[in-house]
Every structure is written in C-alpha cells, then in structure tokens.
Design a binder for this molecule. Structure first.
Ligand SMILES: [Zn+2]
Length: 136
C-alpha cells in the first residue's frame, strides 16, 4: 500500500488547535467572544473586484453571522477544510438528530409537519420520522 495523503482527523495539530475570536472583529457581528476549534471551521471561496481567494469561517452561535478566522499561523491547508455547504448540511443533520432524540415518538409526526412547513426538507428528516409517518 502507498500512502497518498494523511487524513486530517488523525492529525493531533488539528485536534488540539483552537483560536479565540471576537464575533464582528473582521465583519458584521455581535461582539461575542468565541473559542473556535478546527471542527467548527468551513472554507468559503470568494471572488470580488480585488481577486479571488479562500476565507476560513465559522458561525457565531449567538447571532449566526459568519466569523472570519485569520489565516496567520493556522496548522491546516484549504484542502483540509470542509466546504461551506457540506459543513452547513452536517450541522443541520446533527440538529435534526438531536430534535428527533429529544422529541417523544408520539410527537414525531407533529415535529415533521412543523419542520416541513418551515421549508426544511431532506432525506434525513423523512428517514428519522419514517416509522411515525407510515402510521399516518
Ligand atoms: Zn455573533
């Protein structure tokens, strides 16, 4: 076997890395003080009149604005960092799983209807509540 590229999950430099950021320091935000870890970060490709490039960002848990992560001294490369849509999907799915776990099975149909009404539709949602939906 030939090792082509080491996976990022096994990299202790990434596991232990964190940075303290003030929300709104580099963009719009609420001033919350945040400790951001590697798993909180996604990359965002930008192009404007100055050119194009990758920014590293996270989402503020208070105001939901993007928080910019300075590039200086980070122990990762753009290819190590998850893309924005994948990161958002991952977070959404984690939240849906949590909602499903915390909601009694007897109220799954109600929760499913409420989420669908809010425009949240995905295969995971249908799967999570499949048993209850079949009854109805
Ligand atoms: Zn904020």
């Amino acid at each position: 076997m030939i090792l082509l590229k080491k996976g990022s999950s096994g990299n202790p430099a990434l596991k232990d890395w964190k940075v303290e950021i003030v929300c709104g320091e580099h963009a719009y935000g609420c001033g919350a003080e945040l400790s951001v870890e590697f798993k909180d970060i996604f990359k965002h490709a930008e192009s404007n009149s100055y050119g194009s490039g990758i920014t590293y960002r996270s989402k503020c848990p208070c105001c939901h604005q993007d928080v910019m992560i300075p590039h200086e001294g980070v122990p990762f490369e753009p290819e190590d960092v998850i893309e924005r849509p994948a990161w958002l999907r991952f977070k959404r799915n984690a939240l849906l799983m949590q909602l499903a776990e915390e909601t009694p099975a007897s109220r799954h149909a109600e929760l499913h209807d409420a989420l669908t009404e809010d425009g949240i539709e995905c295969t995971l949602l249908s799967k999570l509540f499949a048993a209850e939906l079949q009854k109805g």
